[in-house]
Design a protein around this ligand. Structure first.
Ligand code: SAH
Length: 394
């Protein structure tokens, strides 16, 4: 039993089933035992559990930087100060690449005032601080960390550049099922739980998604898990509220399931306020697994670069749920203009990825040229990352 699993089993014994949101929150962000509280090396990269686009090729962060710059040049008066915010910076690689790109360019060089990082994990903050050290030493630029976007001190007159890469997919979600009574929440209970007055559907046995870029050979028996989903017997205030939180959900037939993240909605609303309300100006890029619709069964875990059952080794695997970009767009309505989502393939190729790769290859030693191209191509592969990741502009 992992430490997080022990805490969950005790909680369920004392208080009854927990929501998927509580499960995800505990597994990823429990203050001492959560997955993201560990050292960055055990999470990211070839020795960790997964690898993300900025870690695969520097071209990713460079093109994100160029997009942000283009928005600044189109929308801000020359010389306007810049504050740049990243949500969930991981190892800090994306921000390092974005800053390296932006700071070579005259319009930004003297305008950048602050780099604001929203990160809950002390271990990852340490890793980020190491990677971004050179920028914190530049006079006139402040690099600061915050627990939440609500805590960030903003300069209302500055232009905000915001990035969130693989951030929204890590936020807790609730799993709801439509019944004749309304929306009921699917909870997590202990198996066997003789006391639960609830119903389990046959389809509740977790089935990992098929993902062509991921090897799924890790032996895994979901029947060995001590935790299992269970449908609440009646709608609750939260399930009713979330079920009504998008007009799209009303049209779904009885029996439908939806993965809904109120945390994602709230943060997207906040992004809209920061970028678009009260005469503020800014631009943001949200990049994640997902699409422009709600998902019913995308919750999964990663361990050692393989997709595993989300109940496998709680607290020791990365957990992810696809992002409903239309839900984020609904949260941003009224404050900010939204563009996309586009596939990562379309975004990067339209931003001139191949031209940039060619430049890097020309400057590299011959033996490095192929690996530079292979890494970039992985980002736009239509059988993998190029299609699975979507990019939304705000
Ligand atoms: N953007 C990085 C890391 C993605 S992993 C990359 O693409 O490589 C998710 C990141 O979000 C981690 O840094 C994690 O600690 C952070 N995170 C997760 N939930 C968070 C929350 N509620 N608030 C702030 N940061 C969070």
């Amino acid at each position: 039993i992992t430490p997080v699993e022990k805490i969950l089993l005790d909680t369920i014994k004392a208080n009854g089933p927990v929501s998927f949101a509580t499960y995800m929150q505990m597994c990823l962000s429990h203050p001492t035992e959560g997955y993201y509280m560990k050292s960055a090396n055990s999470i990211f990269g070839s020795r960790g559990d997964f690898i993300t686009s900025p870690e695969i090729s520097q071209v990713f962060g460079e093109l994100v930087g160029v997009w942000l710059l283009s928005q600044y040049m189109q929308n801000a008066a020359p010389g306007t100060h810049i504050q740049i915010i990243e949500l969930g910076p991981g190892r800090g690689t994306l921000m390092a690449d974005v800053l390296r790109t932006l700071m070579q360019l005259t319009p930004v060089k003297s305008a950048l005032r602050s780099v604001l990082l929203v990160e809950t994990s002390p271990a990852l903050r340490d890793a980020q601080s190491e990677v971004l050290k050179q920028w914190s030493e530049v006079p006139g630029i402040t690099v600061k960390w915050h627990e939440s976007l609500d805590d960030v001190c903003l300069d209302d007159n500055a232009f905000t550049m915001l990035v969130a890469h693989e951030f929204f997919d890590a936020l807790p979600f609730h799993l709801l099922e439509r019944s004749h009574q309304g929306w009921q929440e699917v909870m997590i209970t202990v198996d066997p739980d003789t006391t639960a007055k609830t119903v389990l559907r046959a389809s509740d046995l977790p089935k990992p998604l098929t993902d062509p870029s991921v090897d799924m050979t890790l032996p895994l028996s979901s029947s060995r898990s001590r935790l299992r989903p269970v449908l609440s017997s009646v709608p609750s205030p939260i399930s009713n509220l979330l079920g009504r939180s998008s007009p799209r959900f009303h049209e779904l037939p009885v029996g439908s399931r939806i993965e809904v993240s109120p945390a994602a909605f709230r943060i997207a609303q906040k992004i809209g306020e920061i970028i678009g309300s009260l005469g503020r100006k800014g631009a943001g890029l949200l990049v994640d697994y997902g699409a422009g619709h709600v998902f019913d069964n995308s919750f999964r875990a990663f361990k050692g670069h393989k997709i595993v059952d989300p109940f496998y080794l709680p607290g020791q695997c990365d957990l992810t749920v696809n992002v409903d970009f239309t839900y984020l767009s609904e949260a941003l309505a009224g404050t900010a203009t939204r563009h996309g989502p586009l596939t990562q393939h379309d975004f990067l190729t339209r931003m001139g990825m191949h031209l940039r790769v060619k430049k890097l290859q020309d400057a590299a030693r011959p033996e490095r040229r192929k690996s530079i191209e292979d890494a970039a191509n992985r980002l736009v592969d239509l059988m993998g990352m190029g299609k699975q990741y979507k990019v939304m502009g705000v």
